[in-house]
Design a protein around this ligand. Structure first.
Ligand code: NAI
Ligand code: MG
Length: 511
């Protein structure tokens, strides 16, 4: 399907072969610190792998503590210069529109990088580029709309609030949607005049460099956005514990989130935490079952299930169980597995260790008595890291596979007899990111949506919503909201200014 991409991009002579495409990818990528592309201070590199083939495709400069120090210092200098803050917010917005324009112009290159580095389809990679651009236009448009309040205190005072930036925002991004996730936090930071040090994920950093490139081309002040790649245990941990960081945004695993929060507690830093989920859709008896099956398949099999908001559980009435399984198995049979560059439905997972982890969870589920209606572990005989689309049944809600995040194309089916029981199962994990309801009845939809413990509820379409709609977790899925107007509120704190303007009497001019 490279041809489809070729048609879209107008690159008429684009070769059909993955190897030739890979040759077009830049072989060495540097960090972006203080407005310059630089090697790591230690001169070390991180090898980048194509998860569809397990081949080494490029290297990136490896940032260690010394690089983090340089980046934080650059971000601090830029913040202290007040260059972003003093700019008229409308103009900051226009600068962000420029970033969006450059990202859009680079969409083909981004698509290729995201396909070969991350495993996505070229279409998916292109969509990432366009979504990233959209974050900059959306928040660029809001840059001049974040207003304070005037609080009446009578004639002798003027009192107003200022939505003030925090300062240096440290942003740690995961590997499943590195570009989009980086774009949303960088865009919010720039809209509110914070400066950024972003650590890209060592498993798929390439697309995030395009944000740096777009910022560079747009003329963003140097030091305002710094992007570097390093390992979590040294670079990530050091950045999140850095004494000169004022604010942390993290998306990733619960365990890493908890360790960042411990470090943040030392400095009492505000954090935005998005820590995954085990989100359930509830199928009600009156639902359009075919619609629910299609939505569920999109909810769990897109991006090989490596989606924090994936629909990893489906809770069905016992009476509909066999019908649902039959339809899901038929749906899975229609999905192709293979490299993203060929536009397959099920693309690879990010790395060998992630595939091992998922395969191990599937095996443990089978040993615990789960039944695989289809799939059930690694797709054998493929060079890359592929997991078969899997549907588990014969489960109880307390089984690990039905409680823990798998982060692969693995759906758990659970059954209920009473709607209250469905809610109890849906709400019965430590997580609370998303939830879904399949019904034709609006009253049922609202009854369930109101009781589901989750940051967002999808009715009849998993992932309904977008950049404009607030997104985030409850319980151990984290806190803070991303996307939508709400996200900006994570990037500012209210400063109140109370002014005594007269010495009494309302300030009537004398004479
Ligand atoms: P992770 O949470 O360790 O990695 C995410 C990011 O955090 C990466 O940039 C990594 O370098 C960084 N990091 C790792 N350790 C750090 C530390 N001590 N301090 C600061 N930053 C650190 O996730 P991992 O191990 O790659 O994946 C394991 C599981 O986590 C997955 O199977 C999945 O269940 C979950 N996960 C959830 C994501 C989500 O979107 N909610 C994204 C990625 C993983
Ligand atoms: Mg990779």
């Amino acid at each position: 399907m490279v041809r489809a991409w070729t048609a879209q991009t107008g690159k008429a002579n684009h070769p059909d072969k993955e190897e030739t495409m890979a040759q077009e990818l830049k072989k060495y990528w540097q960090n972006y610190i203080d407005g310059q592309w630089v090697d790591g201070v230690d001169g070390e590199r991180i090898a980048i792998e194509n998860p569809a083939t397990a081949e080494h495709i490029a290297d990136v400069a490896r940032a260690t503590q010394a690089d983090v120090d340089l980046a934080v210092a650059a971000a601090r200098r830029c913040y202290n210069s007040r260059e972003l803050y003093n700019m008229r917010p409308t103009n900051r917005g226009i600068l962000m529109f420029e970033i969006a324009r450059h990202l859009t112009e680079m969409a083909d290159e981004i698509a290729l990088a995201e396909c070969l580095d991350n495993g996505k389809t070229l279409t998916g990679g292109r969509n990432e580029a366009l979504a990233a651009a959209r974050y900059f236009t959306y928040y660029g448009g809001l840059a001049d709309k974040l207003e304070g309040r005037m609080i009446p205190l009578g004639a002798d005072y003027v009192d107003y609030t200022i939505p003030s930036p925090f300062g240096v925002s440290a942003q740690i991004v995961p590997w499943n949607f590195p570009l989009q996730i980086a774009a949303r936090s960088v865009a919010c930071a720039l809209a509110t005049a914070n400066t950024v040090v972003l650590k890209s994920p060592e498993l798929s950093p390439l697309s995030t460099y395009f944000i740096a490139e777009a910022c560079h081309r747009a003329g963003v002040p140097k030091g305002a956005v710094n992007i570097l790649c390093g390992f979590g245990h040294d670079c990530g941990a050091y950045l999140s514990a850095h004494p000169d960081v004022d604010h942390i945004v993290f998306t990733g695993s619960l365990k890493t989130g908890q360790s960042i929060l411990r470090a943040a507690a030392e400095r009492v830093l505000p954090c935005v935490m998005e820590l995954g989920g085990k989100s359930a859709g509830i199928l009600f008896k009156d639902a359009d079952v075919d619609q629910a099956i299609n939505s569920s398949a999109a909810g769990i099999f897109s991006n090989a299930g490596q989606v924090c908001s994936a629909q990893s559980r489906l809770i069905v009435p016992t009476s509909l169980h066999d019908q649902v399984i039959e339809k899901l198995v038929a749906k899975v049979a229609s999905l192709s597995i293979g490299p993203g560059i060929e536009e397959h439905n099920i693309t690879p997972v990010i790395s060998g260790p992630q595939a091992d982890k998922i395969d191990g969870m599937c095996l443990a589920a089978l040993q615990a008595g789960a039944e695989a209606a289809t799939g059930g572990g690694r797709a054998e005989g493929m060079a890359g890291h592929f997991i078969k689309p899997t549907v588990f049944t014969n489960l109880t809600p307390d089984m690990t596979i039905a409680r823990e995040e798998v982060f692969g194309p693995v759906l758990s089916i659970l059954t209920y007899d009473d709607p209250e029981e469905a809610l109890t199962i849906a709400n019965g994990t430590d997580y609370g990111l998303c939830a879904g309801v399949y019904t034709r009845d609006l009253a049922t939809a609202h009854w369930a949506a109101d009781r589901l413990v989750a940051g967002q509820v999808f009715v009849n379409e998993w992932f309904a919503g977008g950049i404009e709609t607030p997104f985030g977790g409850t319980k151990r899925s984290g806190y803070g909201r991303e996307k939508g107007q709400e996200a900006l509120l994570n990037y500012v704190q209210t400063k109140n200014v109370g002014i005594r303007i007269t010495d009494g009497g309302g300030g009537r001019p004398g004479g």
